[in-house]
Design a protein around this ligand. Sequence first.
Ligand code: 0PR
Length: 378
Amino acid sequence: MADLPPWPAPRVEARLRRAKRRDTPYGRILGSMCTPPHPIARRAHGMFLETNLGDHTLFPGCRSIEEELIGMLGALAHHPHAAGYHTSGGTESNVQALRILRNLHRRTAHPNIVAPRSAHFSFEKAADLLRIEFRRAPLGADQRADPAAMERLMDRNTVGLVAVAGTTEFGQVDPIPEIGALARDHHVGLHVDGAFGALVIPFLPRPPRFDFRVPEVATLSIDPHKMGMATIPSGVLLARTQKLLDTLTVQTRYLPTKEQVTLAGTRSGAAAAATYAVLRHLGTSGMKRVVARCMENTRYLARRLTELGTPPLLEPPMNLVAFQVPNVEGAMRLLARRGWRVSRTHRPPALRIVVMPHVTRMALDRFLQDYQKVLRQL
Ligand code: 0PR
């Protein structure tokens, strides 16, 4: 065994501080779906650091916070009695949702799931783990799912459908009622990935229908570590009924809890408490204010980009702007040299800015000054 010499705490902490200085400050991050946690989230996280929701009989207080959180998010998604639990984020929620769809149809030897091409890559992980085929249908011109194209990929081994409320690349919302009708006609379940959109759409002035109001929606992913201003990792999986979650049950024979439906065993309650704290503190009116500010800044950015001759590819459906430049990789490199971290889309290739709560008007103005210089260099 190699010797690991002990360091005094100040040395360890100095090392940590040095590492932290190398991290990008959020003021410079324009392409991420994460944002600094709300101050109340930081405090709540600290309060529940030692909790383990995996053995919640030991932490009934923290467990009650998780249950209340599920109720609050269920109510927001028009189903106050939804079942669910706090996950580590969109990937875990999506894995578990596909697992539910597959487990409901155990008779099929070669199950497949049909989704729009825009579905996040976490579904590839889910499909690989679950040994199901993941079929991606082409999108319509507006970057939304095309239900007819999805239907063409369905066959008798299709065990479920996926739709996205707020796509990763364009922030687009799929026609979920239509995809729901498809699920109904073919007697399969529908999972909606609202990792990004489920904490934006309800707070927009005219929200499209995407949640449990669509009767075929079986499960919904929501990521509070994105627009919920929670600490990382914070995801939530909601299910229309407890019976759906019960398809995931394993026995935990020696524990007082007796069974578990979660993917992780040991689960920190800290981020669940942080998520709860933000939602309780801001309420729907506070969340509306946050989303309205993000949308105002989004429209401002879209207008300025249009004036510069690089208009958004789509009228931004959410707080995300994708715009084409002559050389996407080159532009990202030149912007990075000026300290700006933007992201990109894959198809069609474009620069992508996610106007998160930390992306202020002032940050956008500074970015746009540099962007004009970069445009001239491309
Ligand atoms: N579903 C959707 C619609 C997503 O956008 C994402 C992640 C996931 C699921 C998976 O969520 P977790 O990453 O929480 O498991 N979307 C972001 C993306 O891929 C994640 C991200 C965030 C990446 C910040 C980079 C970054 O800096 O773009």
